[in-house]
Write a protein that binds this ligand. Structure first.
Ligand SMILES: *[C@@H]1O[C@H](CO)[C@@H](O)[C@H](O)[C@H]1NC(C)=O
Ligand SMILES: *[C@@H]1O[C@H](CO)[C@@H](O)[C@H](O)[C@H]1NC(C)=O
Ligand SMILES: *[C@@H]1O[C@H](CO)[C@@H](O)[C@H](O)[C@H]1NC(C)=O
Ligand SMILES: *[C@@H]1O[C@H](CO)[C@@H](O)[C@H](O)[C@H]1NC(C)=O
Ligand SMILES: *[C@@H]1O[C@H](CO)[C@@H](O)[C@H](O)[C@H]1NC(C)=O
Ligand SMILES: *[C@@H]1O[C@H](CO)[C@@H](O)[C@H](O)[C@H]1NC(C)=O
Ligand SMILES: [Fe+2]
Length: 471
């Protein structure tokens, strides 16, 4: 109540412009609630015989090939794939684009059972000591059916290294999911790495948590995930906790299928970790692991945040599944307990942006914080805070559960823009002071931005502003 926004005027001007253009935006107490009218053929799964689920031909051909960063700085890559018929070779053969010299790295093989499902042979191979900023070809399936892919390593970590991240969440395997992935692939901004904010396959929505749906999902996303790293976060659909099926070990399918470089980040769990990539420091948190005081995740994050050197990596990005600020009715306040624990740190360490999923819609917050409350002082409203991150909810990848459309009314002051449409985001880092975020809804052309914001780095902004003031 009684919140006064410096940007009121600005928002009103935008609203006037939108109104004039007939875009039907509507303002309440807060920002913009878009009335964009979208197609209604939502939530239908792609049929099992779809092209995207096709098993690659050949005896024991590797499938579901995907890569992620394999060390803390970007000179390593973890290559993962599954062979169906026999274990086969776990070797990755790789070579730099301009080199004749072939190298090889040896991986490991895992299998797991889930209720009455038995996985294929899951391979994970970490390649170390690659050159920065170099295109590499790689082959898997050595000795049986060999398949070839490629990836490009990021530039060396440094403050002014431009780099483009895609942001996708809650993807699933429907026609909408395929549209989201296609739009990401064809976006002229050319994302180089995907920040995936949780809820991958939605296998747990099928009878008996049908783990064959993890396999179809792995085949579906291979066309992108084999060529650029997906930095994954766990969502509630990764928990796969099903006591009625005697499956009581949380995250069993996910942790067998998706390996991450958590040890390089001195984490004790693959569910929370960090990486540096170009000019960004990315902290991945688990909304579904203990995060209270004294817990492993709390202790790790407490030590991790002060380690970030903004002279080296100006952009501090946090990804987690459950949003801390969302104004949709569905999942309202589910992130509240984690907000109470961690928001103070996010502000203190001037995190630039927090990306989350979970809510199947899009929303961008103002820079706000709500950390003054101490039970008795009554200070329980979010206030405008320039040290606070922007919170972006982007759980709109397009899964079988469909969109959530019901919003709390009036739109709260912390909410800058909200819209229930499927889409993806691009976080395009230009240099240490500027990054450009855009959100792209699936119904538009590939280059259309439905929402966008220039980010001014929270750490370097101070210096920039003082140098301007000194002139
Ligand atoms: C998924 O999208 C790709 C790329 O646009 C397209 O080639 C493919 O046919 C689509 N598949 C389905 C089942 O929609
Ligand atoms: C697992 O059990 C369910 C229920 O009995 C059955 O429908 C399904 O076909 C079984 N799957 C496998 C792989 O045996
Ligand atoms: C498949 O590859 C494995 C390991 O490289 C090898 O031992 C096996 O003989 C191969 N199988 C066939 C049918 O070629
Ligand atoms: C779970 O395990 C118990 C004890 O082994 C067994 O009696 C029960 O049938 C199992 N339930 C299922 C769904 O497999
Ligand atoms: C932070 O990074 C810069 C650039 O790499 C380096 O010169 C500086 O020593 C680092 N600071 C600390 C405290 O490690
Ligand atoms: C950083 O990027 C922004 C946006 O492209 C540009 O306006 C600005 O001049 C750049 N700053 C430097 C120091 O190059
Ligand atoms: Fe979720």
């Amino acid at each position: 109540m009684g919140l006064k926004w410096k940007s009121d005027k600005h928002i009103n001007i935008i609203v006037v412009i939108f109104g004039v253009l007939g875009l039907m935006a509507e303002v309440c107490n807060g920002g913009i609630t878009s009335n964009y009218v979208r197609n209604d053929d939502l939530g239908r799964d792609m049929p099992l015989d779809s092209d995207v689920f096709r098993v690659p031909p050949g005896y024991n051909a590797p499938q579901q090939v995907h890569i992620t960063q394999g060390d803390h700085v970007g000179k390593g890559v973890i290559v993962s794939w599954i062979t169906p018929d026999e274990p086969g070779s776990s070797t990755v053969v790789y070579w730099a684009e301009n080199s004749e010299v072939k190298h090889s790295a040896q991986g490991i093989i895992l299998t797991y059972k889930y209720f009455n499902y038995t996985s294929g042979f899951i391979h994970h191979c970490t390649i170390h000591n690659l050159e920065f900023d170099t295109k590499y070809y790689y082959e898997v399936g050595i000795g049986n059916t060999t398949r070839q892919f490629w990836f490009t390593t990021p530039p060396s970590v440094g403050p002014d290294v431009p780099y483009t991240f895609g942001v996708i969440g809650d993807l699933g395997q429907t026609h909408d999911s395929n549209r989201t992935l296609t739009h990401y692939e064809l976006n002229p901004a050319k994302g180089q790495t995907v920040l995936f904010v949780g809820d991958l396959s939605y296998a747990d929505d099928y009878p008996f948590h049908d783990n064959a749906r993890w396999d179809t999902w792995g085949r579906f996303v291979e066309r992108n995930a084999a060529y650029q790293p997906w930095i994954t976060t766990v969502g509630n659909h990764e928990i796969d906790f099903a006591p009625h099926l005697n499956e009581t070990k949380p995250f069993k399918p996910y942790t067998n299928r998706y390996h991450v470089p958590y040890k390089a980040a001195h984490s004790t769990s693959p569910l929370w970790y960090s990486i540096k990539r170009a000019s960004a420091y990315i902290i991945v948190l688990s909304s579904y692991s203990a995060y209270g005081k004294y817990t492993p995740q709390y202790k790790w994050l407490e030590k991790e945040l002060p380690k970030v050197n903004r002279t080296e990596t100006p952009w501090l990005i946090v990804i987690m599944h459950c949003p801390l600020y969302s104004s949709y009715v569905h999942h309202y306040m589910e992130g509240e307990t984690m907000r109470v624990m961690y928001e103070k740190w996010l502000v203190e360490h001037k995190v630039d942006v927090v990306f989350s999923g979970h809510v199947h819609a899009y929303e961008r917050s103002e820079r706000v914080s709500n950390i003054a409350y101490n039970i008795v002082n009554g200070l329980c409203n979010p206030i405008s805070d320039q040290s606070a991150p922007v919170y972006i909810t982007i759980g709109d990848g397009g899964n079988l559960e469909g969109l959530v459309t019901e919003m709390t009314e009036p739109q709260p002051s912390y909410s800058a823009y909200r819209e229930a449409s499927f889409g993806h985001g691009i976080f395009d880092i230009k240099n240490r002071t500027h990054a450009y975020f855009s959100w792209h809804r699936n119904q538009d052309g590939y280059a259309v931005e439905a929402d966008s914001l220039w980010f001014h780095n929270r750490y370097w902004k101070r210096f920039q502003e003082s140098s301007v003031a000194a002139l």
